[in-house]
Design a protein around this ligand. Structure first.
Ligand code: PRT
Ligand code: ZN
Length: 287
């Protein structure tokens, strides 16, 4: 009997490709993603990976060509397909924003009334305008949206932004965020028990990789007189490990710390006399 495999669609070549492939590899899925490949079977996990254009992924997942896929929330929102969003993946972060020429005297969304807006996201933008009672003319174009105002094709644009440098070099200014986006794992509506079991296993690994990325392993030497306060600063997964140092009245403390409050915790640790602070990346974090 043929082994059941979960079909995973990832972007073939683009901004999400490397992160998608690295995520699967860090989940222990071994496969060959050599140049030009359309499909690859994993050697050690029941999955097949399909390399596709990102815009096609929601449709393929809805149509059962793939069971799950990795795609930007922006593409998913524009595609309006019936698929489930399973997990945010923490990469490919950007925002879909409205931007106007530098000298446009922008005050509020009402300024877009009657204006021509160029975008590759007509669905998302028209819902946003409808929700905000704006009546603008949406011009759907397929690329290079940022040049539309300079060639008088539009008065403003709605496009993806990450650093903002594309807008800046084209004399545009970001004025409103339409949506925030990051890569997400999507799945088709009804997978069946066997495929769901494979997805659950994969998801467990994805969560461990995500947790590992968001946390750091920290080791330090602490004077015993401040140990209680230092332990309070480092709750870790259950509680930190504390080992006596060879030098009396000092201990070595090991724990994990979330990267969001990392610097604040390090500053507090130092103020409590912690020394020799070492910080290491974590490969996997099983919770
Ligand atoms: O060939 P295929 O159709 O698969 O790829 P694509 O060319 O349509 O997409 P690609 O690879 O450019 O982007 C894939 C996904 O990456 C997008 O759908 C987003 O979810 C995400 N992403 C994250 C971005 C950006 N950041 C981003 N900055 N996608 C595009 N951009 C572009 C933006 O359109 C603009 O041209 O980068 C420019 C702005 O960047 P900054 O840094 O100058 O602001
Ligand atoms: Zn695309």
């Amino acid at each position: 009997m043929q082994e059941i495999k979960l079909k995973i669609a990832v972007q073939k070549s683009g901004r999400l490709s490397d992160d998608s492939i690295n995520l699967l590899k860090r989940c222990g899925v071994k496969f060959n993603n050599g140049l030009g490949k359309l499909k690859s079977e994993a050697e050690n996990f029941p999955v097949e990976i399909y390399f596709l254009r990102d815009d096609d992924i929601p449709q393929y997942v809805e149509d059962n060509v793939a069971d799950v896929g990795i795609v930007g929330e922006n593409v998913l929102a524009e595609a309006c397909k019936k698929v489930d969003t399973i997990e945010k993946l923490g990469f490919g972060k950007c925002r879909l924003s409205l931007a106007v020429p530098k000298d446009f005297q922008y005050q509020s969304l009402k300024d877009f009334d009657g204006k021509r807006i160029a975008t590759t996201y007509p669905q998302v933008l028209s819902s946003f305008f409808a929700a905000n009672n704006v009546t603008a003319e949406i011009h759907t174009i397929s690329g290079s949206v940022e040049i539309a105002p300079s060639i008088n094709l539009a008065d403003a644009i709605c496009d993806l932004v990450s650093s903002g440098s594309t807008l800046f070099t084209n004399g545009l200014r970001e004025v409103e965020t339409v949506m925030q986006s990051e890569a997400v794992l999507i799945a088709r509506k009804t997978l069946g028990a066997d495929l769901q079991a494979i997805l659950d296993k994969l998801l467990f690994r994805i969560k461990s990789v995500k947790a590992a990325k968001q946390n750091k392993y920290i080791l330090l030497n602490a004077p015993n007189e401040n140990l209680a306060e230092i332990i309070r600063l480092l709750p870790g997964m259950r509680s930190p490990s504390v080992l006596p140092l060879a030098e009396s009245n000092w201990s070595s403390v090991h724990s994990v710390v979330n990267e969001n409050d990392f610097w604040q915790v390090v500053e507090s640790l130092k103020s409590k006399g912690a020394e020799g602070i070492l910080v290491l990346a974590i490969d996997q974090m099983i919770q």
